[in-house]
Design a protein around this ligand. Structure first.
Ligand code: GLU
Length: 279
């Protein structure tokens, strides 16, 4: 186990996913700028240490809704899409500003399910990411919520980040959550729930343990989407860590090999086919 943690120090291409509930103030729904600023600083430094870094950031719908004075999640699909259109631009403006303060180049990559399902688009996406890494950019990825109705209804950025990790051949995926990691049951309802530090393999028992609910008023994914993401990422050859994003410096702890969050070990499956996992 310690050996596996140590291996995290040598990861070269890292995808970090942060959810809407971790990016906005619970009380007001407005962006938590202190947190976003710290996230950008930590990722910039990770990049400065020689890693390829990708940020998968939610928040488009939440930020857009907030600027329109809508409380909670917008109800209709067109409303969600309009909010995403407004919010994504606003979110990106904030990321651009903060990353440039740390002398980093950032870019926006919006993905739909079709990007991944279509062989040509997926190859193009891979080539673009590769080029962006060559230029030293830190891509900021989200679903293209404004045009992809299907994704809004069924998609979540846990799965998206695992798909991105698979496409770009990342060796580590970090999912920042509002919980410390995986438990045997929901610790909010069951005080006997035990924390799981290490998952060598994703079993059926584990899959049935994930609960699909998300208690957040802005987020989408629950534990089941995180376990599904782990299935994709580990099959594709990336280790994955679920950790509490309350303090984003936990990213440093993870890449220093400290014992934080739940670590899922990569077990590259030669028969792995991304299309089968998502279609
Ligand atoms: N793509 C959505 C957004 O940016 C969020 C999806 C999710 O919460 O996983 O608002």
């Amino acid at each position: 186990m310690e050996e596996y943690r140590k291996n995290l120090r040598d990861k070269k291409r890292i995808v970090v996913k942060i959810g809407s509930s971790s990016l906005v103030h619970e009380e007001t729904g407005k962006l938590n700028l202190t947190k976003v600023e710290k996230l950008v600083r930590v990722l910039s430094d990770l990049h400065n240490s020689g890693k390829d870094v990708v940020l998968v950031s939610s928040g488009a719908i939440a930020v857009g809704a907030n600027s329109l004075g809508i409380h909670g999640k917008p109800e209709s699909i067109p409303k969600k899409q309009a909010c995403a259109s407004i919010g994504q631009a606003k979110l990106m403006m904030t990321y651009q500003k903060l990353f440039s303060e740390y002398n980093q180049i950032t870019s926006q990559v919006l993905i739909t399910k079709m990007t991944i399902l279509n062989d040509l688009s997926r190859t193009n996406a891979y080539n673009t990411f590769t080029e962006l890494f060559t230029y030293g950019a830190i891509p900021v990825v989200n679903e293209n919520d404004t045009v992809s109705t299907y994704e809004i209804e069924f998609g979540d950025n846990d799965r998206l980040s695992a798909i991105v990790a698979a496409v770009i051949k990342a060796d580590l995926l970090i999912l920042l959550s509002d919980i410390d990691g995986l438990y045997t049951d929901d610790p909010n309802n069951n005080k006997d729930a035990k924390f799981i530090e290490f998952v060598p393999k994703i079993t059926d028992e584990l899959l049935s343990m994930g609960k699909s609910s998300s208690k957040s008023s802005v987020g989408t994914g629950g534990m089941s989407s995180k376990i599904a993401a782990a299935g994709i990422a580990t099959d594709a050859g990336a280790d994955m860590v679920i950790a509490n994003g309350a303090d984003v410096s936990i990213i440093n702890d993870i890449v220093e090999g400290k014992d934080v969050g739940t670590l899922f070990i990569a077990h590259k499956n030669e028969k792995f086919n991304l299309i089968d996992m998502i279609s």
